[in-house]
Structures are given as structure tokens and as C-alpha cells.
Design a protein around this ligand. Structure first.
Ligand code: SIN
Length: 275
């Protein structure tokens, strides 16, 4: 499909595109909406500048792509349970997304995508790095691809969310966090492409092999998945938006700007069970 309503500038051959010529905080035409769906499938993560979202317009934009997800650990502000505030300042002991991950991959039906809007950014630093898991899968050796076929891995929110709560002094005794088994290699429901689907943040172990073997294979796959040549690094400006496909990428937020403020909101779109 060619793009008529959007101006698209590819970030690099493997992942990412800068999208301009559209105001995603306002109602969109059918053509703009279908090109945005296409662009997400084509580029895996889309970057926008100068977008002035309110919580309502950010949610309305998210709903063009599916029902909105409510985070299992972090409730949204009053009246907006679907909003995940992303905030760091001089009092922060942690930030969201400090480790490579695909959002909430511990859910049985993990999110399709996430839309992050930052209204306040540090003078420098605070980038987000995305890595194409299509590229990660496609560059595995044929032998390793065969080995991984049919394997599943356990993903759990226990480690990540318990740590967050401990650092924020939130008493989460008795709480049970989501966990799910997913294929190690998933097939994207829209593009049909295969993507590696294990990440340091949520994956615990590969189920069908001994634990020591799982540890070694996962260590290799994490290093491979995060290789610089699969990445795009986004430098935020105030009112930038990043919209990523959690089925095709993983990402990490770089906390190199302490004690400065970086602040905004994420809307997350519900997804399907990985196949
Ligand atoms: C996240 O959604 O993981 C946070 C990303 C970021 O703050 O850049």
C-alpha cells in the first residue's frame, strides 16, 4: 500500500518510521486510520512530533486499534483506569521499562501495542530503544530456528511488579501477578512474520527443556534479541508520541537523566493470545 494521507520517513531498514502530516489528537479520516494500521504493520514502531494529547484524546486514538488494556499492577488516575502514568523525577527509585521487555507479556493475552505521549522531557537523555524481534528471529541460524520450533516459555509479572512495589513502598502481600505460557517464536497475526518472543523483564524459563539448558538458551536469545543492528533509538521532545507493536518489538527506557523530570502517559491496546 502506498501512503497518501501520511508522510512516512523510515528510521532504518529494519525498524521504525517517523510519521508526519497528521494530527493524531484530533478525529482522523478513514484513510488516515487505515494508513496508520498499515504503517504499524510495516514499521513496527511509529514516532510522531508535536501531538497535544489530553487523556481522553489519547484514549480515543488508542481505541482506533482495539479495546484498551488496564495495567495489572499500576492503576490509572481517577476516571482513567486505562492510562498508565510514566513519570520520573529526583525522588524516583526506579522507572518503568528499565529492562528490555515487551509490555505485560505475562498476560495470557498480552497487549497488541502501546502509545506513549511525553509532555515533559529532560534537556538531554531519556531515550527509548526499540528492537525488532522479526530481525532477531530472522537472523537466528537455521539450526536454532528448528530447535526453538514448538517451545513455550513461562512469563510472569512476579519479579518485575514485586520489585516496583518494594521500591515504591507499596504493600503487595497476598497479591498474585499474571503469568502465562507463550510460544518462544510467535507469528504476527497481521503480517504473518515470525518474531522472537522472550524478554528479560518477564520471561522465566523455557518449559520443555531442563532448567540449566533453558537458562543458557534464554541468555543467548536475550543478547541476540537486543543487538544494536535490530534497534532504533528514539530521542524524545515534549509532545512526541511513540506507538509500538508489542508483538514485533521489545523496548527499554534509558534512565540516564536522573534527577531530571520525564513525564507523560501510556495507553495500551489489548491483544490476542500469541500463536
Ligand atoms: C514503557 O512503556 O516501558 C516505558 C517506556 C518509556 O518510558 O520510554
Amino acid at each position: 500500500m502506498s501512503y497518501e494521507a501520511l508522510t512516512i520517513q523510515r528510521a532504518n531498514p529494519r525498524i521504525g518510521a517517523y510519521v508526519s502530516g497528521v494530527n493524531i489528537a484530533a478525529p482522523l479520516s478513514n484513510r488516515e486510520i487505515s494508513e496508520l494500521h498499515q504503517a504499524l504493520a510495516d514499521y513496527q514502531v511509529l514516532f510522531f512530533r508535536d501531538q497535544h494529547f489530553t487523556l481522553d484524546s489519547q484514549k480515543a486514538f488508542g481505541r482506533l486499534f482495539g479495546d484498551l488494556h488496564i495495567h495489572p499492577n499500576t492503576p490509572g488516575p481517577d476516571g482513567h483506569p486505562e492510562i498508565l502514568p510514566i513519570h520520573a523525577d529526583e525522588r524516583s527509585k526506579r522507572i518503568a521499562g528499565e529492562q528490555w521487555h515487551s509490555d505485560v507479556s505475562c498476560d495470557i493475552e498480552p497487549p497488541l501495542g502501546s502509545i506513549l505521549h511525553l509532555h515533559t522531557v529532560p534537556e538531554s537523555g531519556g531515550d527509548t530503544i526499540f528492537a525488532s524481534q522479526y530481525a532477531a528471529y530472522e537472523t537466528l541460524s537455521p539450526r536454532l530456528k528448528t530447535y526453538l520450533e514448538g517451545l513455550t516459555a513461562l512469563h510472569s509479572g512476579e519479579r518485575a511488579y514485586r520489585r516496583t512495589n518494594r521500591l515504591l513502598n507499596i504493600d503487595d502481600r497476598g497479591r498474585i501477578f499474571p503469568q502465562a505460557n507463550h510460544p518462544v517464536v510467535r507469528t504476527h497475526p497481521v503480517t504473518g512474520r515470525k518474531a522472537l518472543y522472550v524478554n528479560r523483564g518477564f520471561t522465566y524459563r523455557i518449559n520443555e527443556i531442563p532448567e540449566e539448558e533453558s537458562d543458557a538458551i534464554l541468555a543467548y536469545l536475550y543478547d541476540h534479541a537486543e543487538r544494536p543492528e535490530f534497534q532504533v533509538r528514539f530521542q524524545w521532545e515534549a509532545n512526541s508520541v511513540a506507538f509500538w507493536d508489542n508483538r514485533a518489538v521489545q523496548h527499554i527506557a534509558v534512565w540516564d537523566y536522573y534527577p531530571n523530570v520525564r513525564s507523560g502517559n501510556r495507553v495500551t491496546i489489548k491483544g490476542d493470545r500469541p500463536i
